[in-house]
Design a protein around this ligand. Structure first.
Ligand SMILES: *[C@@H]1O[C@H](CO)[C@@H](O)[C@H](O)[C@H]1NC(C)=O
Ligand SMILES: *[C@@H]1O[C@H](CO)[C@@H](O)[C@H](O)[C@H]1NC(C)=O
Ligand SMILES: CC(=O)N[C@H]1CO[C@H](CO)[C@@H](O)[C@@H]1O
Length: 340
Protein backbone atom coordinates (compact mmCIF):
# COMPACT_ATOMS: atom_id res chain seq x y z
CA UNK A 1 0.00 0.00 0.00
CA UNK A 2 1.15 3.46 -0.73
CA UNK A 3 -0.04 6.39 1.21
CA UNK A 4 0.57 9.86 -0.04
CA UNK A 5 -0.69 11.47 3.12
CA UNK A 6 2.27 11.92 5.43
CA UNK A 7 0.07 11.85 8.49
CA UNK A 8 -1.73 8.70 7.47
CA UNK A 9 -1.86 5.96 10.08
CA UNK A 10 0.54 3.59 8.44
CA UNK A 11 1.24 1.51 11.51
CA UNK A 12 -2.39 0.59 12.33
CA UNK A 13 -2.97 -0.11 8.67
CA UNK A 14 -0.03 -2.45 8.50
CA UNK A 15 -1.27 -4.26 11.55
CA UNK A 16 -4.70 -4.66 10.09
CA UNK A 17 -3.38 -6.04 6.84
CA UNK A 18 -0.90 -8.34 8.50
CA UNK A 19 -3.69 -9.82 10.51
CA UNK A 20 -5.49 -10.75 7.34
CA UNK A 21 -4.43 -14.05 5.86
CA UNK A 22 -3.86 -12.84 2.36
CA UNK A 23 -0.96 -12.77 0.01
CA UNK A 24 0.24 -9.21 -0.42
CA UNK A 25 2.86 -7.12 -1.90
CA UNK A 26 3.13 -3.73 -0.36
CA UNK A 27 4.36 -1.21 -2.76
CA UNK A 28 5.43 1.28 -0.20
CA UNK A 29 5.99 4.05 0.66
CA UNK A 30 7.04 5.34 -2.72
CA UNK A 31 5.64 2.37 -4.50
CA UNK A 32 9.03 0.71 -4.65
CA UNK A 33 10.27 -1.82 -4.01
CA UNK A 34 7.42 -4.32 -3.72
CA UNK A 35 7.61 -6.14 -0.45
CA UNK A 36 5.95 -9.41 0.17
CA UNK A 37 4.44 -9.24 3.62
CA UNK A 38 2.61 -12.47 4.09
CA UNK A 39 2.53 -15.54 1.95
CA UNK A 40 -0.16 -17.64 3.53
CA UNK A 41 -2.99 -18.25 1.13
CA UNK A 42 -6.38 -17.77 2.68
CA UNK A 43 -8.81 -20.60 2.79
CA UNK A 44 -12.53 -20.36 2.40
CA UNK A 45 -13.27 -19.72 6.07
CA UNK A 46 -10.76 -16.90 6.23
CA UNK A 47 -12.36 -15.42 3.15
CA UNK A 48 -15.77 -15.57 4.75
CA UNK A 49 -14.66 -13.82 7.90
CA UNK A 50 -12.95 -11.20 5.78
CA UNK A 51 -16.14 -10.69 3.78
CA UNK A 52 -18.21 -10.39 6.95
CA UNK A 53 -15.87 -7.72 8.28
CA UNK A 54 -16.01 -5.74 5.06
CA UNK A 55 -19.80 -5.98 4.85
CA UNK A 56 -20.16 -4.96 8.48
CA UNK A 57 -17.85 -2.01 8.01
CA UNK A 58 -19.72 -0.87 4.96
CA UNK A 59 -23.02 -1.10 6.81
CA UNK A 60 -21.60 0.78 9.79
CA UNK A 61 -20.04 3.52 7.74
CA UNK A 62 -22.95 4.08 5.42
CA UNK A 63 -25.98 3.25 7.56
CA UNK A 64 -26.80 6.89 8.17
CA UNK A 65 -26.96 7.74 4.50
CA UNK A 66 -30.08 9.52 3.32
CA UNK A 67 -32.35 6.90 1.81
CA UNK A 68 -33.28 8.93 -1.25
CA UNK A 69 -29.75 8.88 -2.56
CA UNK A 70 -28.71 6.11 -4.91
CA UNK A 71 -26.37 3.74 -3.15
CA UNK A 72 -23.30 4.32 -5.27
CA UNK A 73 -23.52 8.04 -4.93
CA UNK A 74 -24.08 7.97 -1.21
CA UNK A 75 -21.13 5.66 -0.88
CA UNK A 76 -19.19 8.32 -2.60
CA UNK A 77 -20.64 11.12 -0.56
CA UNK A 78 -19.56 9.35 2.62
CA UNK A 79 -16.08 9.71 1.26
CA UNK A 80 -16.92 12.83 -0.64
CA UNK A 81 -13.94 14.84 0.36
CA UNK A 82 -11.55 12.39 -1.16
CA UNK A 83 -12.85 9.40 -3.05
CA UNK A 84 -10.01 7.08 -3.88
CA UNK A 85 -9.18 4.41 -6.37
CA UNK A 86 -7.78 1.17 -5.05
CA UNK A 87 -5.49 -0.53 -7.54
CA UNK A 88 -5.45 -4.27 -7.12
CA UNK A 89 -2.46 -5.84 -8.80
CA UNK A 90 -2.85 -9.49 -9.65
CA UNK A 91 0.53 -10.99 -10.10
CA UNK A 92 2.49 -14.14 -9.48
CA UNK A 93 5.86 -12.48 -10.02
CA UNK A 94 7.58 -9.21 -9.15
CA UNK A 95 5.86 -6.22 -10.63
CA UNK A 96 8.11 -5.59 -13.64
CA UNK A 97 6.54 -2.27 -14.43
CA UNK A 98 6.72 -0.90 -10.89
CA UNK A 99 8.80 2.15 -12.00
CA UNK A 100 6.17 2.98 -14.61
CA UNK A 101 3.35 2.63 -12.09
CA UNK A 102 5.31 4.62 -9.58
CA UNK A 103 5.53 7.40 -12.13
CA UNK A 104 1.79 7.06 -12.81
CA UNK A 105 0.99 7.45 -9.11
CA UNK A 106 3.55 10.12 -8.40
CA UNK A 107 2.08 12.40 -11.02
CA UNK A 108 -1.20 12.32 -9.18
CA UNK A 109 0.46 14.48 -6.57
CA UNK A 110 1.40 17.22 -8.92
CA UNK A 111 -2.14 18.10 -9.82
CA UNK A 112 -3.63 21.09 -8.10
CA UNK A 113 -6.70 21.60 -10.21
CA UNK A 114 -9.62 20.36 -8.14
CA UNK A 115 -9.58 20.92 -4.44
CA UNK A 116 -12.06 18.43 -3.09
CA UNK A 117 -11.85 15.32 -5.18
CA UNK A 118 -8.35 15.73 -6.41
CA UNK A 119 -6.05 12.77 -6.06
CA UNK A 120 -3.25 15.08 -4.94
CA UNK A 121 -2.55 14.88 -1.22
CA UNK A 122 -5.56 12.71 -0.67
CA UNK A 123 -5.05 9.77 -2.82
CA UNK A 124 -4.05 6.61 -1.20
CA UNK A 125 -3.04 4.03 -3.67
CA UNK A 126 -3.48 0.49 -2.64
CA UNK A 127 -1.49 -2.09 -4.41
CA UNK A 128 -2.50 -5.53 -3.44
CA UNK A 129 -1.25 -8.70 -4.93
CA UNK A 130 -3.35 -11.75 -4.88
CA UNK A 131 -4.52 -14.18 -7.45
CA UNK A 132 -8.09 -14.17 -6.21
CA UNK A 133 -10.26 -11.19 -6.71
CA UNK A 134 -13.02 -11.30 -4.10
CA UNK A 135 -10.74 -11.38 -1.01
CA UNK A 136 -8.74 -8.64 -2.64
CA UNK A 137 -11.84 -6.50 -3.06
CA UNK A 138 -12.88 -7.14 0.54
CA UNK A 139 -9.42 -6.22 1.80
CA UNK A 140 -9.39 -2.99 -0.14
CA UNK A 141 -12.91 -2.12 1.03
CA UNK A 142 -11.95 -2.72 4.63
CA UNK A 143 -8.75 -0.83 4.25
CA UNK A 144 -10.40 2.50 3.57
CA UNK A 145 -14.05 3.51 3.27
CA UNK A 146 -12.93 6.22 0.85
CA UNK A 147 -12.01 3.56 -1.70
CA UNK A 148 -14.80 4.17 -4.18
CA UNK A 149 -13.41 2.35 -7.21
CA UNK A 150 -11.44 -0.86 -7.46
CA UNK A 151 -9.25 -1.38 -10.51
CA UNK A 152 -7.94 -4.87 -11.18
CA UNK A 153 -4.58 -4.78 -12.95
CA UNK A 154 -2.12 -7.52 -13.91
CA UNK A 155 1.65 -7.55 -13.90
CA UNK A 156 1.56 -7.36 -17.71
CA UNK A 157 -0.66 -4.26 -17.77
CA UNK A 158 0.55 -0.74 -18.47
CA UNK A 159 -1.27 2.57 -18.03
CA UNK A 160 -2.24 4.38 -21.24
CA UNK A 161 -3.03 7.73 -19.63
CA UNK A 162 -2.01 9.76 -16.62
CA UNK A 163 -3.49 9.12 -13.21
CA UNK A 164 -5.36 12.42 -13.33
CA UNK A 165 -6.94 11.56 -16.65
CA UNK A 166 -8.13 8.24 -15.27
CA UNK A 167 -9.28 9.80 -12.01
CA UNK A 168 -11.24 12.55 -13.73
CA UNK A 169 -12.77 10.02 -16.07
CA UNK A 170 -14.02 7.84 -13.20
CA UNK A 171 -15.20 10.65 -10.94
CA UNK A 172 -16.83 12.54 -13.74
CA UNK A 173 -18.32 15.68 -12.25
CA UNK A 174 -20.85 15.80 -15.08
CA UNK A 175 -22.32 12.49 -13.95
CA UNK A 176 -22.30 13.63 -10.37
CA UNK A 177 -24.12 16.84 -11.17
CA UNK A 178 -26.76 14.98 -13.17
CA UNK A 179 -27.28 12.70 -10.18
CA UNK A 180 -26.21 9.68 -12.18
CA UNK A 181 -24.76 6.67 -10.48
CA UNK A 182 -21.20 5.78 -11.23
CA UNK A 183 -20.71 2.77 -13.51
CA UNK A 184 -18.50 -0.22 -13.24
CA UNK A 185 -16.30 -0.82 -16.26
CA UNK A 186 -16.55 -4.51 -16.88
CA UNK A 187 -16.88 -6.42 -20.12
CA UNK A 188 -20.09 -8.44 -20.35
CA UNK A 189 -20.56 -10.58 -23.47
CA UNK A 190 -23.04 -13.26 -24.43
CA UNK A 191 -21.86 -14.19 -27.91
CA UNK A 192 -18.73 -16.23 -27.23
CA UNK A 193 -18.77 -19.32 -29.49
CA UNK A 194 -17.59 -21.64 -26.69
CA UNK A 195 -20.08 -20.32 -24.15
CA UNK A 196 -22.13 -23.51 -24.03
CA UNK A 197 -19.06 -25.65 -23.27
CA UNK A 198 -17.95 -23.20 -20.64
CA UNK A 199 -21.43 -23.21 -19.08
CA UNK A 200 -21.27 -26.99 -18.82
CA UNK A 201 -17.65 -27.21 -17.67
CA UNK A 202 -18.76 -28.37 -14.22
CA UNK A 203 -21.23 -30.90 -15.59
CA UNK A 204 -24.56 -30.69 -17.32
CA UNK A 205 -27.34 -28.79 -15.52
CA UNK A 206 -25.05 -28.03 -12.61
CA UNK A 207 -25.53 -24.27 -12.88
CA UNK A 208 -29.34 -24.38 -12.68
CA UNK A 209 -31.44 -23.09 -11.12
CA UNK A 210 -29.15 -20.27 -9.97
CA UNK A 211 -27.75 -19.50 -13.43
CA UNK A 212 -29.69 -20.33 -16.58
CA UNK A 213 -27.70 -20.59 -19.79
CA UNK A 214 -29.25 -17.39 -21.14
CA UNK A 215 -27.97 -15.56 -18.06
CA UNK A 216 -24.42 -16.89 -18.42
CA UNK A 217 -21.89 -14.25 -19.53
CA UNK A 218 -18.21 -13.95 -20.32
CA UNK A 219 -15.78 -11.05 -20.14
CA UNK A 220 -12.26 -9.95 -19.40
CA UNK A 221 -11.05 -10.58 -15.88
CA UNK A 222 -9.63 -7.05 -15.76
CA UNK A 223 -12.28 -4.63 -14.61
CA UNK A 224 -12.92 -1.51 -12.59
CA UNK A 225 -15.77 -1.87 -10.10
CA UNK A 226 -17.65 0.65 -8.01
CA UNK A 227 -17.83 0.09 -4.30
CA UNK A 228 -21.48 -0.86 -4.68
CA UNK A 229 -20.56 -3.68 -7.04
CA UNK A 230 -17.56 -4.77 -4.98
CA UNK A 231 -19.97 -5.13 -2.09
CA UNK A 232 -22.32 -7.20 -4.26
CA UNK A 233 -19.42 -9.50 -5.07
CA UNK A 234 -18.46 -10.14 -1.49
CA UNK A 235 -22.07 -10.50 -0.34
CA UNK A 236 -22.86 -13.09 -2.95
CA UNK A 237 -22.75 -16.71 -1.84
CA UNK A 238 -25.45 -18.16 -4.05
CA UNK A 239 -23.79 -17.83 -7.44
CA UNK A 240 -20.23 -18.29 -6.24
CA UNK A 241 -21.26 -21.66 -4.76
CA UNK A 242 -21.87 -22.79 -8.32
CA UNK A 243 -18.91 -21.12 -9.99
CA UNK A 244 -16.43 -22.51 -7.53
CA UNK A 245 -17.44 -26.12 -8.16
CA UNK A 246 -14.60 -28.23 -9.50
CA UNK A 247 -14.28 -28.43 -13.25
CA UNK A 248 -14.85 -31.65 -15.14
CA UNK A 249 -13.78 -30.13 -18.40
CA UNK A 250 -10.72 -28.05 -17.51
CA UNK A 251 -10.24 -26.80 -21.07
CA UNK A 252 -13.50 -24.88 -20.83
CA UNK A 253 -13.23 -23.78 -17.24
CA UNK A 254 -12.41 -20.14 -16.58
CA UNK A 255 -14.50 -19.17 -13.54
CA UNK A 256 -13.11 -15.65 -13.27
CA UNK A 257 -14.02 -14.83 -16.86
CA UNK A 258 -17.61 -15.79 -16.11
CA UNK A 259 -18.43 -15.21 -12.48
CA UNK A 260 -18.08 -11.42 -12.38
CA UNK A 261 -19.80 -10.63 -15.71
CA UNK A 262 -22.60 -13.11 -15.01
CA UNK A 263 -23.22 -11.97 -11.46
CA UNK A 264 -23.21 -8.25 -12.29
CA UNK A 265 -25.28 -8.69 -15.43
CA UNK A 266 -27.90 -10.54 -13.36
CA UNK A 267 -27.90 -8.08 -10.47
CA UNK A 268 -27.28 -4.67 -12.03
CA UNK A 269 -26.88 -4.73 -15.81
CA UNK A 270 -27.55 -1.00 -16.15
CA UNK A 271 -24.88 -0.12 -13.64
CA UNK A 272 -22.18 -1.65 -15.85
CA UNK A 273 -20.58 -0.26 -18.99
CA UNK A 274 -20.28 -3.75 -20.53
CA UNK A 275 -16.85 -2.61 -21.82
CA UNK A 276 -13.49 -3.14 -20.19
CA UNK A 277 -11.01 -0.30 -19.87
CA UNK A 278 -8.10 -2.67 -20.52
CA UNK A 279 -7.09 -3.14 -24.14
CA UNK A 280 -5.86 -6.55 -25.19
CA UNK A 281 -4.79 -7.78 -28.62
CA UNK A 282 -6.23 -11.16 -29.54
CA UNK A 283 -4.97 -11.11 -33.13
CA UNK A 284 -3.11 -14.35 -33.86
CA UNK A 285 -3.55 -15.51 -30.27
CA UNK A 286 -1.73 -18.70 -29.37
CA UNK A 287 -3.26 -21.22 -26.94
CA UNK A 288 -5.62 -18.63 -25.54
CA UNK A 289 -2.81 -16.15 -24.87
CA UNK A 290 -3.12 -12.67 -26.35
CA UNK A 291 -0.37 -10.97 -28.30
CA UNK A 292 2.55 -9.96 -26.08
CA UNK A 293 4.22 -6.69 -27.00
CA UNK A 294 8.01 -6.63 -27.14
CA UNK A 295 10.43 -3.66 -27.04
CA UNK A 296 10.67 -3.02 -30.81
CA UNK A 297 6.88 -2.55 -30.92
CA UNK A 298 6.79 0.11 -28.18
CA UNK A 299 6.23 3.57 -29.63
CA UNK A 300 4.09 6.65 -29.23
CA UNK A 301 1.96 5.41 -32.15
CA UNK A 302 1.33 2.13 -30.34
CA UNK A 303 0.10 3.97 -27.24
CA UNK A 304 -2.20 6.17 -29.36
CA UNK A 305 -3.54 3.12 -31.19
CA UNK A 306 -4.14 1.16 -28.01
CA UNK A 307 -6.16 4.02 -26.57
CA UNK A 308 -8.66 3.91 -29.42
CA UNK A 309 -11.86 2.10 -28.60
CA UNK A 310 -15.30 1.53 -30.03
CA UNK A 311 -16.98 2.92 -26.96
CA UNK A 312 -17.30 6.60 -26.21
CA UNK A 313 -14.22 6.64 -24.02
CA UNK A 314 -10.62 5.71 -24.41
CA UNK A 315 -8.92 2.59 -23.11
CA UNK A 316 -7.04 3.33 -19.87
CA UNK A 317 -4.77 0.28 -19.63
CA UNK A 318 -3.31 -2.28 -22.01
CA UNK A 319 -1.84 -5.76 -21.83
CA UNK A 320 0.25 -7.82 -22.33
CA UNK A 321 3.70 -6.31 -22.33
CA UNK A 322 6.87 -8.31 -21.81
CA UNK A 323 8.99 -7.22 -18.82
CA UNK A 324 11.78 -5.90 -21.05
CA UNK A 325 9.40 -3.24 -22.41
CA UNK A 326 10.04 -1.26 -19.24
CA UNK A 327 12.88 0.85 -20.63
CA UNK A 328 11.24 1.88 -23.91
CA UNK A 329 8.02 2.58 -21.99
CA UNK A 330 9.84 4.77 -19.47
CA UNK A 331 11.36 6.68 -22.36
CA UNK A 332 7.94 7.74 -23.63
CA UNK A 333 6.26 7.92 -20.21
CA UNK A 334 6.30 11.67 -19.71
CA UNK A 335 6.18 12.76 -23.33
CA UNK A 336 3.37 10.41 -24.40
CA UNK A 337 1.70 8.18 -21.83
CA UNK A 338 1.29 10.66 -18.99
CA UNK A 339 1.10 13.76 -21.11
CA UNK A 340 -2.61 14.20 -20.47
C1 LIG B 1 -1.92 -7.07 -32.61
O1 LIG B 1 -1.02 -8.13 -32.72
C2 LIG B 1 -0.63 -8.41 -34.07
C3 LIG B 1 0.30 -9.62 -34.04
O2 LIG B 1 -0.27 -10.69 -33.37
C4 LIG B 1 0.06 -7.23 -34.66
O3 LIG B 1 0.39 -7.49 -36.01
C5 LIG B 1 -0.86 -6.02 -34.59
O4 LIG B 1 -0.16 -4.87 -35.01
C6 LIG B 1 -1.31 -5.80 -33.16
N1 LIG B 1 -2.32 -4.73 -33.15
C7 LIG B 1 -2.17 -3.64 -32.39
C8 LIG B 1 -3.28 -2.66 -32.43
O5 LIG B 1 -1.20 -3.46 -31.69
C1 LIG C 1 -14.14 -1.88 -33.28
O1 LIG C 1 -15.13 -2.69 -33.90
C2 LIG C 1 -14.70 -3.25 -35.12
C3 LIG C 1 -15.88 -3.96 -35.74
O2 LIG C 1 -16.47 -4.83 -34.82
C4 LIG C 1 -13.52 -4.19 -34.88
O3 LIG C 1 -13.08 -4.76 -36.10
C5 LIG C 1 -12.40 -3.41 -34.24
O4 LIG C 1 -11.33 -4.27 -33.90
C6 LIG C 1 -12.88 -2.69 -32.98
N1 LIG C 1 -11.84 -1.80 -32.51
C7 LIG C 1 -11.40 -1.84 -31.28
C8 LIG C 1 -10.34 -0.85 -30.94
O5 LIG C 1 -11.81 -2.61 -30.42
C1 LIG D 1 -15.18 7.21 7.57
C2 LIG D 1 -15.62 6.24 8.62
O1 LIG D 1 -16.67 6.41 9.22
N1 LIG D 1 -14.85 5.20 8.83
C3 LIG D 1 -15.18 4.15 9.79
C4 LIG D 1 -15.76 2.93 9.12
O2 LIG D 1 -15.95 1.90 10.03
C5 LIG D 1 -14.78 1.48 10.71
C6 LIG D 1 -15.11 0.31 11.60
O3 LIG D 1 -16.43 -0.09 11.54
C7 LIG D 1 -14.19 2.64 11.48
O4 LIG D 1 -13.00 2.23 12.10
C8 LIG D 1 -13.93 3.77 10.54
O5 LIG D 1 -13.44 4.86 11.24
Amino acid sequence: MVSFTPSSPLIPTLTLLLSLPILYFFLAPHFLPPRQISISLPDELDDLSLFHKAIAMDAANFSRRPTHLPAAKSHLSAALRRPKIAFLFLTNSPLHFAPLWERFFSMSRSSTTISTSTPTQNSEILAYVNLRRAPLLATAMLDDPANAYFAVISQHCIPLHSFNYFYNFLFDLGRLSRDLEFSSYIEILDDEPTLWDRYNARGKNVMVPEVQFDEFRVGSQFFVLTRKHALMVIKDRKLWRKFKLPCLNVDSCYPEEHYFPTMLSMQDPNGCSHYTLTRVNWTDSVNGHPHTYHPPEVSAELIYTLRESNSSYSYMFARKFSPDCLNPLMEIADSVIFKD
